[in-house]
Write a protein that binds this ligand. Structure first.
Ligand SMILES: [Zn+2]
Length: 294
């Protein structure tokens, strides 16, 4: 092909035309790929922004008392591990430890029975030693309240958490156990917490704690009650629930009469083939049903 010939120019024009088509096409492809990458980046950034926004919203939604004592949390039981055995009796003792706890622990050891103690803030030497003994002998320990002053505890969610934390910290310091079960002072619904109980239950559940009311009352805290009456209350209360569900018995380790009644209660229930266990948060709680309009 001769330089400057018609054929030569034809060739040049063809090559130029080809380049005019190929270059923009390649450019388009490159831009399309880049565009796709940028779109992906935008999508992932948008997702991250949404997540941050949600976290911020959640933080903003956290009520002031929910931020109190962030380390005070329990580990709730897996719902699949829940225990509900109608042949098991859970003896629970509130308001100790006191000097009376010693005799109760001796009787429980003698009969090889495990129980549960919902303890309060008694910090004298005897009470602290007995708090340790409760745990050392394989019984369960849970928070009841530090002050047991209903009016103070149930003023606000903050005052409830302050009181709970004092007792939680005391139990951990004395026994090394971080309790994950508790019993509200006066039970979960009472005349003092009517305005607050839903908030308190929601907050303590959110923190992973499990609370236990009772379905058999021994009545042992009543003034002037005799050992025989306590025995009757417990045995008839258990009989009433025969075959229905596990029995959670409310007692107190604050009175001599409770200790007097205990050996007969254990023997009678053993004769009826009941076994005794300490509560764990796997046990399905006996919780009060809230009266309408309460
Ligand atoms: Zn109490």
């Amino acid at each position: 092909m001769e330089f400057g010939s018609v054929k030569f120019f034809k060739c040049v024009i063809l090559v130029a035309l080809a380049l005019m088509i190929v270059i923009p096409t390649v450019g388009c492809v490159v831009l399309k790929v880049q565009n796709h990458r940028l779109e992906e980046e935008i999508t992932s950034m948008q997702a991250r922004l949404d997540l941050l926004g949600e976290q911020k919203e959640q933080e903003a939604a956290l009520l002031p008392y929910q931020a109190m004592y962030p380390d005070m949390i329990g580990k709730p039981a897996d719902p699949e591990d829940r225990i509900e055995n109608p042949n098991t009796v859970y003896l629970t003792f509130d308001d100790g430890p006191t000097a009376k706890t010693e005799k109760i622990l001796d009787i429980l050891a003698q009969y090889d029975v495990k129980a549960t103690f919902f303890v309060i803030g008694n910090t004298d030497e005897v009470s602290l030693r007995l708090m340790k003994r409760i745990v050392d002998e394989g019984h369960a320990i849970g928070v009841h309240t530090y002050s047991h002053e209903y009016i103070d505890i149930y003023k606000t969610p903050e005052s409830y958490l302050e009181d709970f934390h004092s007792q939680y910290a005391l139990i951990e310091r004395v026994t090394g156990v971080k309790p994950d079960i508790f019993r509200f002072a006066g039970g979960s619904v009472n005349a003092y917490n009517a305005r607050l109980y839903e908030q308190l239950i929601a907050e303590m559940t959110r923190r992973g704690f499990t609370y236990y009311d009772w379905n058999v009352a021994s009545g042992d805290a009543a003034r002037g009650i005799t050992a025989n009456e306590i025995i009757y209350n417990v045995i008839s209360g258990v009989d009433e629930r025969e075959g229905k569900s596990h029995k959670i018995v409310l007692m107190h380790d604050t009175r001599e009469t409770t200790a007097e009644a205990l050996p007969t209660i254990i023997s009678e229930l053993k004769e009826r083939n009941y076994d005794f266990e300490a509560l764990t948060n796997k046990v399905v709680p006996a919780n009060f049903v809230y009266p309408k309009g309460f």
